[in-house]
Design a protein around this ligand. Structure first.
Ligand SMILES: *[C@@H]1O[C@H](CO)[C@@H](O)[C@H](O)[C@H]1NC(C)=O
Ligand SMILES: *[C@@H]1O[C@H](CO)[C@@H](O)[C@H](O)[C@H]1NC(C)=O
Ligand SMILES: *[C@@H]1O[C@H](CO)[C@@H](O)[C@H](O)[C@H]1NC(C)=O
Ligand SMILES: *[C@@H]1O[C@H](CO)[C@@H](O)[C@H](O)[C@H]1NC(C)=O
Ligand SMILES: *[C@@H]1O[C@H](CO)[C@@H](O)[C@H](O)[C@H]1NC(C)=O
Ligand SMILES: *[C@@H]1O[C@H](CO)[C@@H](O)[C@H](O)[C@H]1NC(C)=O
Ligand SMILES: *[C@@H]1O[C@H](CO)[C@@H](O)[C@H](O)[C@H]1NC(C)=O
Ligand SMILES: *[C@@H]1O[C@H](CO)[C@@H](O)[C@H](O)[C@H]1NC(C)=O
Ligand SMILES: *[C@@H]1O[C@H](CO)[C@@H](O)[C@H](O)[C@H]1NC(C)=O
Ligand SMILES: *[C@@H]1O[C@H](CO)[C@@H](O)[C@H](O)[C@H]1NC(C)=O
Ligand SMILES: *[C@@H]1O[C@H](CO)[C@@H](O)[C@H](O)[C@H]1NC(C)=O
Ligand SMILES: *[C@@H]1O[C@H](CO)[C@@H](O)[C@H](O)[C@H]1NC(C)=O
Length: 351
């Protein structure tokens, strides 16, 4: 069964790489070839620099694209700040005090605008950054379908509703992915993004001391791993301590995420559920990815491309934002009034 789905994914990738438009998506990896031919190297340059001082950022940027796509599609809605008419997605519980990389995206956008003004969308910068992050962590590479446009709106309540929480059980995880037309194989493959990055204690501390109010730790946790985690995350602590999502090879994109699950070393409940939910159809997928990294990479690529197609705006829909954190022409007229001051000052004075 898995072999069949892997074959189907494989052919879908080939169709996209061949530049033949995918029936329900109008994206194309060569979208900016004539209008911004250095796009890939500009994004890569910034991310190479950033990842040297902050390797965690590579995981953060994959997550940022994911948290964009699950909320009204991959339209950079997550980047919009609060305004009089927009309630930012950034303060929704799944994002509040946990999304990272907004400044890095702005740095990339500035470099891209200098080279190719008013051409490249913030939504495409998010998608490209996710792929280059995978590459820089030694993970798979792929030709990213491009041509997304940026939204004019954000949806805070939809972010709260659509994004899966680290405390979700398998039923709820499947349901959230199904709502985006993503399959169980997509769920398992995309969870493999947790082969890099860090997690905050507050997202899993209940598993260490009082899982589901049972008074005991989560019995699916490896006991030595449990002790390690208890030392990092004291009971009743502030919950902001960080630990590796992949305790084996924390900054290398590989299949160890899945072999960790096989020995009870998934950090979040949402990770371990993929292997420890008795009788689940996800167990054989975890085993196959643990045994065959090539198979994991192929499926990760196919699922990232599928996710990157969710609800995209194309053609004349939406806009190409000049600043990723604001809709064009929505600086409350300050852009025309404030000439020399930074946009930050301009925004502050409008409060
Ligand atoms: C677009 O540019 C990329 C990178 O330079 C290249 O691999 C690809 O073949 C080009 N596509 C087309 C249709 O020219
Ligand atoms: C990367 O950093 C180097 C040295 O710190 C600097 O010269 C270069 O301009 C930076 N490149 C980018 C794209 O930020
Ligand atoms: C977001 O976090 C801040 C603390 O940094 C808190 O004051 C605020 O209530 C949180 N918002 C939501 C919606 O949870
Ligand atoms: C957010 O999405 C929900 C569900 O689709 C919709 O009912 C609501 O109107 C949207 N809110 C905004 C601000 O777009
Ligand atoms: C999964 O979580 C939901 C919501 O908390 C709960 O209603 C459901 O019973 C749980 N399912 C299983 C199989 O534990
Ligand atoms: C999922 O597919 C259905 C049926 O084709 C479609 O109506 C819906 O918009 C899709 N949902 C998303 C999030 O793409
Ligand atoms: C676990 O949580 C429940 C509900 O909050 C509480 O009643 C119980 O005392 C807790 N048990 C332990 C051992 O902390
Ligand atoms: C975690 O947080 C606690 C309390 O803030 C602190 O004492 C401890 O040193 C931290 N542990 C690690 C491993 O960071
Ligand atoms: C717990 O992890 C250790 C390696 O750290 C492994 O040898 C052991 O088999 C694991 N236990 C279980 C129950 O998977
Ligand atoms: C799965 O089944 C085994 C025995 O077959 C049991 O020990 C274990 O607690 C079960 N795990 C879960 C999460 O229900
Ligand atoms: C691993 O997966 C790849 C890609 O599907 C496949 O070509 C290869 O035969 C598999 N290797 C093994 C040892 O099964
Ligand atoms: C968006 O918010 C960030 C953080 O609060 C701030 O640094 C940035 O200047 C804001 N950008 C705009 C365009 O309002």
């Amino acid at each position: 069964m898995l072999g069949l789905s892997a074959t189907a994914f494989c052919c879908m990738v080939f169709v996209l790489i061949g530049g033949v438009p995918f029936s329900n998506a109008q994206l194309d990896p060569s979208f900016y070839n004539s209008t911004c031919s250095n796009l890939d190297s500009i994004v890569r340059g910034v991310l190479t620099n950033v990842s040297q001082s902050d390797p965690r950022m590579l995981g953060s940027l994959i997550r940022l694209h994911f948290h964009d796509c699950f909320v009204q599609g991959c339209d950079a809605s997550i980047l919009l700040n609060d305004t009089a008419t927009i309630v930012s997605e950034q303060s929704a519980p799944p994002n509040n005090n946990s999304i990272r990389g907004l400044d890095v995206i702005n740095q990339i956008k500035t470099a891209v605008e200098n080279a190719c003004p008013n051409t490249v969308s913030c939504a495409d910068i998010l998608a490209l950054s996710a792929e280059i992050s995978s590459d820089l962590a030694n993970g798979p590479t792929w030709q990213v379908p491009l041509g997304r446009r940026d939204s004019l709106t954000a949806n805070n309540s939809l972010a709260a509703q659509n994004l899966p929480a680290p405390t979700f059980n398998l039923t709820r995880l499947k349901s959230n992915f199904d709502n985006q037309n993503l399959s169980t194989t997509d769920l398992v493959a995309l969870s493999g993004g947790h082969t890099i990055g860090r997690g905050q204690c507050r997202f899993f501390v209940d598993r260490l001391y009082n899982f589901s109010n049972t008074g005991n730790p989560d019995s699916t946790l490896n006991t030595t791993y449990l002790q390690t985690l208890q030392a990092i995350c004291p009971n009743g602590g502030p919950g902001t301590n960080l630990t590796d999502l992949d305790p084996t090879t924390p900054d290398t994109f590989d299949s160890n995420y899945y072999s960790n699950l096989q020995v009870g070393k998934g950090l979040f409940q949402s990770d371990q559920e993929l292997f420890s939910r008795n009788g689940s159809d996800t167990i054989s997928i975890v085993n196959s990815f643990a045994n065959n990294q090539t198979l994991f990479f192929e499926n990760f690529v196919a699922s990232m491309i599928k996710m990157g197609n969710i609800g995209v705006l194309t053609g004349s829909q939406g806009e190409i934002r000049t600043q990723c954190n604001a809709v064009n022409g929505n600086s409350s007229g300050l852009a025309t009034v404030v000439t020399k001051e930074s946009s930050e000052d301009g925004m502050a004075s409008s409060f």
